[in-house]
Design a protein around this ligand. Structure first.
Ligand SMILES: Nc1nc2c(ncn2[C@@H]2O[C@H](COP(=O)(O)OP(=O)(O)OP(=O)(O)O)[C@@H](O)[C@H]2O)c(=O)[nH]1
Ligand SMILES: [Mg+2]
Length: 331
C-alpha cells in the first residue's frame, strides 16, 4: 500500500486542520519526531516536528490522523515534512471517500461525510445528513433531476452573485449592507467604485460569493475600464445577477440580462411607483435596510428553491467524488 497524506479540512485557514495519513504510518511519525508506540484509538497531544503542537491519533494500523492548528504556514510546513519523508499529498477528490472516512457505515455515509466537510452553506447540513437513508431507500429507476442537482450543489460551493447597475444607484451601499460592514466605498459621485470588491456572505442560509462592480458607464479612466472589463467576465460567470436601479440616476451604458431587477432608495418619494413601472422584483433602501430581508429571500430562492430543499429525493453527490477511488467494474 502506497503511503499518502490527505487534508480532510478545507485549504483556507481555520482553527484546526486535519491531515490523514494512510499506509505506512510510522514514516509520518518518524518524520514528525513522535517516538513510542501510539495506542490505536487513543488521541494524544504531541510536538509535531517542531512545527506546532497538535493531536495525533492512530485510528488503525494503516490510518493516522494529525490535527495541528489550521494556519496556512503550519499546513505548508507539515506538507513539506511529509513530502520529504516520501509521503505524497493526495487531493481528496482522488481518494476513495471510504478511506477518508473509515468511521462511515457504508459508501453513502462516506460520500455524505466528505461532502459535509466541503459544504459552505448552513442549509446543506440537515439535508446532507438525510442523504444516506434517502439513497438506500430510493425506488428502483430513480434518476436525479439535473436542475435540482445543480442548484443544491450551490450549497457546497458558494455561487457567484454579482451586483451591477448604473453609476450611483447604491451598489456599494447594498454590498456593505449585505456583508454587514464597510468593504466598498460609498459616495454621491459617479465612478466611486473603480475596482470590484468581493466577499463571502450568508444570504438566508446560502453562502454566496458576492461581488460589487463599478457602475456600467463609459469612462476615460484606464483603471475603471479595466475593472469594468473584469466585471463583464464576472457577469458572464454569475449564477445570479442583481440589477440595481434608483431614481434620478443616469442609465447604464449597456444592458445586461439580470436575474433580479431591484429598485433602491425606497426612502425617497416616488421610488415605489418607479419600481412598479420598471417591473422590479422588490424595492429596498440599502441605506436604511428597508426591504433587505425580502431581497435576501428572493436571491436565495433564485439560487436554491424551496422545492429543492423540501423534495424528499436523494441528492446526487459530486460525480468526481462519487467515482473517486472506484475502478470501472465497481461503478
Ligand atoms: N436616499 C438613499 N441614498 C442612498 C441609498 N443607497 C445609497 N445611497 C446613496 O447613493 C449614493 C451612491 O451610493 P454608492 O453605494 O456609492 O453607489 P454605487 O452604485 O456603488 O456607485 P458607483 O460605484 O459610483 O457606481 C451615496 O451618496 C449613497 O449614500 C438609499 O437607500 N437611499
Ligand atoms: Mg460603488
Amino acid at each position: 500500500m502506497k503511503t499518502t497524506a490527505t487534508w480532510l479540512t478545507a485549504s483556507s485557514s481555520g482553527a484546526i486542520a486535519i491531515l490523514q495519513i494512510r499506509g505506512e504510518c510510522n514514516l509520518a511519525l518518524k518524520a514528525l519526531g513522535i517516538a513510542g508506540p501510539l495506542r490505536p484509538g487513543i488521541p494524544c497531544r504531541r510536538d509535531l516536528g517542531g512545527i506546532d503542537e497538535g493531536i495525533v491519533s492512530l485510528l488503525d494500523q494503516d490510518t493516522l490522523i494529525v490535527m495541528p492548528h489550521g494556519g496556512i504556514r503550519v499546513r505548508q510546513l507539515l506538507q513539506e515534512t511529509m513530502e520529504q519523508a516520501g509521503i505524497n499529498l493526495s487531493e481528496p477528490d482522488t481518494v476513495d471517500p471510504r478511506s477518508l472516512h473509515p468511521e462511515a457505515g457504508d459508501r453513502y455515509e462516506a460520500l455524505m461525510l466528505e461532502t459535509l466537510t466541503r459544504a459552505a452553506s448552513p442549509l446543506a447540513i440537515d439535508l446532507l445528513v438525510q442523504q444516506p437513508e434517502r439513497w438506500r431507500s430510493r425506488h428502483s429507476g430513480f434518476t436525479p433531476d439535473p436542475g435540482r442537482t445543480r442548484r443544491l450543489n450551490r450549497l457546497i460551493t458558494p455561487p457567484l452573485v454579482v451586483i451591477t447597475g448604473a453609476p450611483n444607484v447604491g451598489k456599494s451601499t447594498l454590498m456593505n449592507r449585505l456583508v454587514g460592514r464597510t468593504v466598498s466605498i460609498e459616495a454621491d459621485l459617479e465612478g466611486t467604485t473603480r475596482d470590484y470588491t468581493r466577499g463571502l456572505v450568508d444570504l438566508g442560509g446560502v453562502v454566496v460569493d458576492l461581488v460589487d462592480t463599478p457602475g456600467r458607464r463609459v469612462s476615460s479612466d484606464h483603471v475603471e475600464q479595466e475593472a469594468i472589463l473584469i466585471s463583464d467576465e464576472l457577469l458572464e460567470q454569475a449564477e445570479c445577477i442583481i440589477e440595481l436601479m434608483a431614481p434620478a440616476t443616469r442609465p447604464a451604458s449597456r444592458q445586461v440580462t439580470a436575474s433580479l431587477a431591484v429598485m433602491n432608495k425606497s426612502d425617497l418619494d416616488g421610488t415605489e411607483q418607479l419600481a412598479r413601472q420598471q417591473g422590479c422584483g422588490c424595492c429596498i433602501s440599502a441605506a436604511t435596510g428597508d426591504g433587505i430581508e425580502e431581497l435576501v429571500l428572493l436571491v436565495r430562492n433564485e439560487l436554491v428553491t424551496d422545492d429543492d430543499l423540501e423534495c424528499g429525493d436523494p441528492w446526487l453527490f459530486d460525480p468526481a467524488l462519487e467515482s473517486a477511488g472506484r475502478s470501472e467494474t465497481d461503478r
